[in-house]
Design a binder for this molecule. Structure first.
Ligand SMILES: C[S@@+](CC[C@H](N)C(=O)[O-])C[C@H]1O[C@@H](n2cnc3c(N)ncnc32)[C@H](O)[C@@H]1O
Length: 242
């Protein structure tokens, strides 16, 4: 569901992460099978995954946190349109997070800290026997110097999973973003500019949009297949009873 925001504001995206409906449906089906009762989404954006999960889990309630008020307005409008408004709340502060049996953080663990800091903090927010969906970037192939400068020293997939295990988590499921997920995401992002290029009668506005789009597309096509994105479902085991 789309809501017109400021120009360039993710208008043509359903998710602010590399995710097609196919990938989202698979994630929602698998996470919903655990019958979560309370879902917390940290860095929820406009909360699309959270809303789809609430739709699939009729007995669950949810809370989404994002510091971007424009995105939260879009989340609230979508929640109302889908009659989910009585089961979901949103707020801006990470400090509002309360433990839940399913926690989502997709493309947002940096809001908490480094990967290791996020893994430790998220442990306190996932109830024992609960699950965490971590959506995060990794290097699928060794990056070039420019990519390294932009995205930093990301782990490989095996290193990423090992680091979650070292923090006590159990890897329960893994879905890696496909090329279709990435193309949908990046070309959806580009579309705001391309709409301007296609429709602009003002040559200055068209030039500005064209160079922004060309730079972004070139960056994407050189990192395509190099930058990966993992949807990792992690379990927090039960507390030992001693
Ligand atoms: C890459 S987007 C992912 C959004 C969403 N999870 C999705 O997949 O569509 C990351 C989100 O984290 C939010 N964010 C970043 N730092 C934050 C912070 N310190 N507190 C709350 N939200 C934050 C941003 O506003 C942004 O909407």
């Amino acid at each position: 569901m789309r809501r017109r925001g400021p120009a360039g504001y993710y208008e043509w995206l359903d998710f602010n992460s590399p995710m097609t409906d196919e990938t989202a449906n698979r994630l929602v089906a698998r996470l919903a099978a655990g019958e979560p009762r309370r879902i917390l989404d940290i860095g929820c954006g406009w909360g699309e995954l959270l809303l789809r999960l609430l739709d699939a889990c009729q007995r669950a309630t949810g809370h989404g946190i994002d510091r971007d008020g424009v995105l939260i307005d879009r989340a609230l409008a979508n929640a109302s349109a889908r009659r989910l408004r009585d089961r979901v709340t949103f707020s801006a502060e990470l400090a509002d997070a309360e433990p839940a049996d399913l926690v989502l953080t997709v493309g947002a663990e940096h809001a908490i800290g480094t990967l290791d800091e996020a893994m430790a903090h998220l442990w306190t927010l996932v109830e024992p026997c609960g699950r965490l969906l971590l959506g995060t970037a990794f290097w699928e192939r060794p990056p070039g110097p420019e990519q390294l400068e932009v995205f930093g020293p990301l782990p490989r997939l095996d290193e990423l999973v090992d680091r979650t295990v070292a923090a006590g988590w159990r890897p329960l499921d893994l879905q890696v973003a496909t090329m279709a997920d990435w193309d949908r995401f990046e070309f959806g992002y580009l579309r705001n500019w391309e709409q301007v290029v296609m429709a602009a009668t003002d040559p200055e506005a068209a030039d500005e949009a064209r160079s922004a789009a060309d730079a972004h597309r070139a960056g994407y096509l050189t990192r395509r297949g190099v930058l990966g994105f993992a949807y990792l479902t992690l379990g927090r085991p039960a507390e030992p009873s001693r």
